[in-house]
Write a protein that binds this ligand. Sequence first.
Ligand code: MLT
Length: 319
Amino acid sequence: MKLGLGLALSAAVFASPLQAQEYPAKEITVVVPFSAGGPTDTVARLVAQIMSEDLGKQVLVQNVGGAGGTLGAGQVAKASNDGYTLLLHHIGMATAPSLYKNLTFDSLEDFAPIGQITKVPMTIVARKDFEPADAAALWEHIKAEGENVTYAQAGIGSASHLCGTLLMNALGVKMTEVPYQGAGPAMTDIIGGQIDMICDQTTNTTNQIKAGEVKAYAVTTPERLEALPDLPTTKEAGLENVNVTVWHGLYAPAGTDPAIVARLQESLKKALQNETVVQRFADLGTAPVPQEDVSPESLQALVQEQIGVWKPILEPLAK
Ligand code: MLT
């Protein structure tokens, strides 16, 4: 038995450097924990395309929606740590621990962070025939109408849920929340007029705002956006606490070979310097993070810091 164990161990040790040397030997799956066509999916597909070219193997995006992103994240946390199943997720990695009592994963222990990707502003938008003329009128309308206003979100722990929670908390009133598997299908219903409003990322609203398909009221960043210069900030509109930017990161399951993590980090850094990616991000109101933040250390520190930031804000609201 000992010999068997010894052989097994030596095979495992021997295999690891070989695996890393050959990596990638096959397609890589990047799980996006929201529906296709939404803001996270948009970021993932842009990055995956360039990483595929760099790595010489297809980097395929797989959408696993549900439970505000925690279903997909939990799936990757339990996946093989061979480097062929990754997770591209956002601020939900830091808010879910405060919102879910029985989370199926630990955001800090169950993943091997690869690097930060981008920080995306959010916009408060509504169906294009929504009555309120501007942000101040919108706040008054929500306070007057309360649960008669329908608010789309992508599940507890999603960015749209987080922004909506901040907005309702700031106004002291509850709207009727309508959950979706992602902001992609939610936007379809906003444009179709079935749902009144959403707070969603510019990667999913900029084109719709510019095309006049939705009515835009404010951005949730301290400063106005170059891509949407006429849109006031929530601070200008009197709600400075509705201040949220949606950061995104790429993760492998914990225990992934550091040499494989390093190869993925190198490829992600290249993707975020690619001119097409930079331009598409700019067109959508965002930008890649600085290259020094495309690192495991930077992403792990960000998740840790953000868990601490959102815990005192969300835990009282989650009761
Ligand atoms: C999405 O990609 O659908 C969004 O990130 C959902 C959300 O977080 O609101």
